[in-house]
Design a protein around this ligand. Structure first.
Ligand code: FNR
Length: 193
């Protein structure tokens, strides 16, 4: 079957640029033949990680819901904001909760990281820090990342990127990521025979 990809817009904000970027990546991947599950962090609200809470009650519902969506997918995309040059606490907290699940659902999955910000750097520094927990968990984080600068001016009414060169570059990154994840999924299937 088609490659299953979870595309997560990792902001709680209703007008989030990262949610918009996630929608665009989801559309590109659907057009490329992938089975796409588009989500935002709003669907996975959860308390701050607390070991006592975990011992008493296990994982909160938001973390379990994110675990379910991750378990479904072969590969995932995170479109994350950058806060103070780093990964937002909301995103790190969700990773920390879900990392407690066994089997650990981040392990061996391919991930593409993208970001959008009204700044001129586009949130790229945040993505480098998002790599740290994901790679720690065994996620195969794609080497190339995409960051949209000046995101407040970056989108057309139809949700494409206003800069056609950037739109092309994002499409190429998405295609290259999908080929790698698909090739690896086929390889894993062969190994299991
Ligand atoms: C920001 N923002 C920001 N932007 C950036 O490019 N580099 C940064 O270090 C920061 N730092 C930062 C800290 C905090 C606490 C906030 C609230 C915001 C601005 C950020 O990119 C902007 O709010 C985006 O719109 C957030 O992404 P969404 O919600 O639009 O997806």
């Amino acid at each position: 079957g088609p490659l299953r990809v979870l595309v997560l817009g990792a902001s709680l904000r209703a007008e989030s640029f990262n949610v918009r970027l996630a929608s665009l990546v989801a559309r590109m991947m659907t057009e490329a033949g992938a089975a796409v599950d588009l989500a935002t962090m709003r669907e996975f609200e959860m308390p701050l990680y607390d070991g006592d809470m975990e011992a008493a009650e296990g994982l909160p519902d938001g973390a379990l819901a994110l675990r379910d969506r991750l378990e479904w997918c072969d590969a995932f995309v995170i479109a994350s904001p950058e806060y103070n040059g780093s990964v937002p606490g909301v995103v790190k907290n969700a990773i920390d909760w879900v990392s407690r699940v066994r089997p650990q659902p981040f392990k061996t999955k391919h991930a593409l990281l993208v970001s959008a910000s009204p700044s001129l750097i586009g949130g790229n520094r945040g993505l480098w820090t998002l790599r740290i927990p994901l790679e720690h968990l065994g996620t195969r984080v794609y080497p190339d990342m995409f960051s949209l600068a000046s995101a407040h001016q970056g989108f057309t009414e139809e949700g494409q990127l206003a800069d056609t060169g950037l739109q092309q570059r994002l499409a190429e990154t998405v295609t290259a990521f999908l080929s790698l994840a698909e090739a690896d999924a086929r390889y894993v299937c062969l190994q299991r025979r």
